[in-house]
Design a protein around this ligand. Structure first.
Ligand code: SF4
Length: 316
């Protein structure tokens, strides 16, 4: 039977960002330097393929520091950790390496700077996400007020409306966040914002690329994990940009082929924690079922790279 024609639009940039790349390198280098097991507090990045690969090489993933022995290295994930975590590791004299993305650390520093200046913080973010927990945990309990949407802004009770600043999670929807910032500025005209917004370059670029492919396709598939904030935002951005079928998939096995039966153009992207090998796998799965033409839609070029911590660069 003849295969149907289908055009695959691959969004670029997609997949690994500099922070994820660095975090994975940190675990790999730690395993090389200190041997297995190396403990990792929380999934180093939100991707099962990556986590399973590192686990096979001797990384042990735990949720809390108390699950780690004192005498093995521990790595903190790219999402960042509350201040109490490295403090406890230091108290236990553990060897620890912080894989927090430098762009998340930048937000931590911002929060501390505003706090030192006497401002109360409002964080725009998702409750329960490790990055939100880590950022809120930079300041004493109760100092950071979390808002998830415009309704939360209306319900906020602040100490002093003239002494406020806001920060955001790095992986939010650029457009939804702009609405929340507008609501905050309307309600609290004196509120201070970041010099440059906290949503990172990788999140912004991946959302722009999805907006560019959305009008060209019948369906968008975002490769990413259900707990990956930036991947879920890509699904929403695709839908908001007018694509009626915008879906998150972990890998090729998750594709609902019946839903794509009548599609003639499909957009593919990947969240910042999804490796390119999964994009290749999905492309191959389409090739097996359709006669495909691949088009690349590039909206930005990225050449950002972050150094790994010095302790891993030093020869032991
Ligand atoms: S998505 Fe952005 S903030 Fe998160 S790890 Fe990547 S570069 Fe860093």
């Amino acid at each position: 039977m003849q295969k149907a024609e289908l055009t695959l639009y691959l969004a670029a940039p997609r997949g690994f960002c500099a922070g994820v790349d660095r975090a994975i390198k940190i675990v790999e280098m730690a395993l090389e330097k200190w041997g297995a097991p190396v403990f990792v507090r929380h999934e180093i990045v939100h991707n099962k393929y990556v986590v399973d690969g590192l686990r096979a090489r001797g990384a042990v993933f735990v949720e809390e520091l108390e699950e780690c022995p004192d005498d093995r290295p521990v790595i903190f994930s790219a999402h960042g950790v509350p201040k109490a975590v490295p403090a406890e590791a230091a108290r236990r004299e553990m060897l620890f390496v912080d894989a927090t993305c430098p762009l998340v650390s930048k937000v931590h520093i911002e929060a501390q700077r505003h706090f030192d200046a006497g401002l109360q913080m409002v964080m725009i973010g998702h409750a329960g996400h490790p990055e939100t927990i880590g950022t809120m945990g930079q300041l004493p309990a109760g100092e950071v007020l979390l808002v998830e949407d415009v309704d939360d802004v209306a319900a906020l009770t602040v100490r002093d409306p003239a002494q406020l600043a806001y920060i955001t999670q790095t992986t939010l929807s650029v457009d939804d966040t702009a609405e929340i910032v507008q609501a905050l500025s309307q309600r609290f005209p004196a509120i201070v914002g970041p010099h440059k917004e906290d949503i990172c370059y990788a999140t912004t670029n991946r959302q722009e690329a999805v907006k560019a492919i959305a009008p060209l396709v019948d369906a968008i598939l975002v490769i990413g994990a259900p707990n990956s904030s930036n991947s879920r935002r890509l699904v929403e951005v695709g839908a908001k940009a007018g694509c009626s079928y915008s879906q998150l998939i972990g890998r090729a096995d998750d594709i609902d082929w019946r839903a794509l039966e009548n599609s003639r153009a499909v957009g593919i992207t990947a969240g910042a924690s999804a490796p390119e090998i999964l994009v290749d796998e999905v492309t191959q799965a389409f090739r097996e079922r359709f006669n495909i033409t691949v088009e690349h839609v590039e909206t930005a070029r990225e050449d950002i790279e972050f150094k790994v911590p010095r302790v891993l660069r030093e020869v032991s």
